[in-house]
Design a protein around this ligand. Structure first.
Ligand code: PLP
Length: 351
C-alpha cells in the first residue's frame, strides 16, 4: 500500500481515470464479472450510473427488502420505483411478485442480491426476456459471489457493487458497475464524469468518479479476498452448527449452485406468539458488548416497505438480525455470541 501511495504521489495523477484505477478495474473481473468494470465513488453512485446509462424513463421493479440506496437511486434518476414482496425462504425478490407487477410502463427489474446471496437469476432472466425488460442487479454485497461457476456480475444487463468499509472487499468507500454491453459502458464512463463527452456533455451526468487512492486500497485488499471468504465460511459453519439446534433461530439458506461470500451473517429470530425476538435479542447482545445489525429494518428499511403489499418483507424486517462475522474473528468469539444467544432464549423461555 505504502509503495502504491508513493507511486501515485510521484506520478501526480490522483483522480480522473489514473493507471491504478485502470489496474483495479481489470483485476476485479474474476471477483465481479461483466464485460466491462467501472470503478466509482461508492455503491450508490454505481446504482445511479447504471440507471443513468439506460437513458430511458419508466417504472423499475425493486425489492421491498433492500437497502434504502436501491430506491433512492431509482428516484434520483427520475424513474418510478415499484416495490414488490420477497421470497420468505431466502429474502430475495419474489419472481411471482415481479411477474404480477409488470405493466406497459415497466422498463427494468432491479433485483437486490440480498446480503450477497444470489437472487433467482435464472427465472428473473426468463421473465425479463419474455417481457423485453432490462435485468439489473443491486449486487452491493455480492463481491466474490459465484453462481453456476461464474461471477455474479455475468448475469443480467448490469450490476452495481459496493466496496464500502463494511463489505467483504473494502476500498474504504468505493463501488463498481459492470455492464454486459460495451456501448453502454462507454456512455456510463462519461456520465460518471459529468457526462463530459465528444460533441458536448450528456444530460444525466454527475460526479461519480473513483480516485487513485481508494483504487489503491481496493487493489491492495483484493488478493486477500479469497482468504477472507474462506475464514468466514469456517466461522459460519461453526455458527450454523450451534444455531441449527435452536428452534427459535434459523439461518438464511444460500442459493444452491452458488459460492457465497458470507458478506453478512443473517439469521431469523422467529416471532413466537406474536413476540418479535430480533429487537430484544439485539438489545441483549449489545448490553453484553456484542454488536449486531438489523438490516433492512427500522432505520435501514426500504422507504417503500408496507405491510399490506409486502407481508413477507414486513415479517423479515421484524425477524432478521445480522450477527458479527469477519475473517479475523476468533472461534472463541463465535462461541461467545452463540452462548449469549442461548442465554437470551433461556431467559425468554424459548430455547
Ligand atoms: C443493497 C445495497 N445497495 C446499495 C448500497 C450502497 O452502497 P455504498 O454504501 O457503497 O454507497 C448498500 C450499502 O450497504 C447496500 O447494502
Amino acid at each position: 500500500m505504502h509503495r502504491l501511495l508513493e507511486e501515485i504521489w510521484d506520478r501526480g495523477v490522483v483522480t480522473n481515470s489514473g493507471p491504478i484505477q485502470a489496474k483495479f478495474e481489470e483485476s476485479l473481473r474474476p471477483a465481479i464479472g461483466g464485460e466491462t468494470q467501472l470503478f466509482l465513488a461508492n455503491g450508490y453512485s454505481a446504482l445511479r450510473i447504471m440507471l443513468a446509462a439506460l437513458g430511458t424513463q419508466g417504472q423499475v421493479i425493486v425489492s421491498s427488502f433492500t437497502h434504502p440506496a436501491t430506491v433512492q437511486a431509482v428516484l434520483a434518476s427520475g424513474l418510478e420505483p415499484v416495490a414488490v414482496d420477497i421470497d420468505p425462504h431466502d429474502l430475495n425478490i419474489s419472481v411471482e411478485a415481479v411477474a404480477a407487477a409488470i405493466t406497459s410502463e415497466t422498463i427494468a427489474i432491479l433485483a437486490t442480491h440480498v446480503f450477497g446471496n444470489p437472487s433467482d437469476v435464472d427465472e428473473l432472466s426468463r421473465l425479463a426476456d419474455a417481457h423485453s425488460l432490462l435485468l439489473l442487479f443491486d449486487a452491493a454485497a455480492a463481491v466474490g459471489v459465484m453462481y453456476r461457476g461464474r461471477p455474479i456480475g455475468e448475469y443480467g444487463n448490469a450490476s452495481a457493487f459496493s466496496f464500502h468499509a463494511t463489505k467483504v472487499l473494502s476500498a474504504v468507500e468505493g463501488g463498481a458497475v459492470v455492464f454486459n454491453d460495451m456501448e453502454t459502458a462507454a456512455k456510463a464512463r462519461s456520465l460518471a464524469n459529468f457526462g463530459i463527452a465528444e460533441g458536448g456533455p450528456l444530460l444525466a451526468g454527475m460526479n461519480a468518479k473513483g480516485n487513485e487512492i481508494t483504487a489503491a486500497i481496493g487493489l491492495t485488499s483484493l488478493p486477500l479476498l479469497a482468504d477472507e471468504i474462506e475464514a468466514r465460511t469456517r466461522l459460519r459453519q461453526q455458527y450454523s452448527a450451534h444455531l441449527d439446534s435452536l428452534e427459535s433461530m434459523s439461518v438464511i439458506p444460500i442459493r444452491i449452485r452458488s459460492v457465497y461470500n458470507h458478506s453478512t451473517f443473517a439469521v431469523r429470530a422467529r416471532t413466537v406468539d406474536g413476540r418479535h425476538l430480533a429487537e430484544p435479542l439485539q438489545g441483549y447482545l449489545r448490553a453484553r458488548g456484542i454488536e449486531s445489525r438489523r438490516y433492512f429494518s427500522g432505520r435501514y428499511s426500504n422507504p417503500l416497505l408496507n405491510d399490506r403489499d409486502h407481508p413477507h418483507a414486513t415479517q423479515a424486517s421484524e425477524d432478521v438480525i445480522c450477527l458479527p462475522l469477519w475473517g479475523s474473528m476468533s472461534a472463541r468469539d463465535v462461541g461467545e455470541v452463540c452462548r449469549t444467544i442461548s442465554d437470551f432464549l433461556s431467559e425468554a423461555s424459548l430455547r
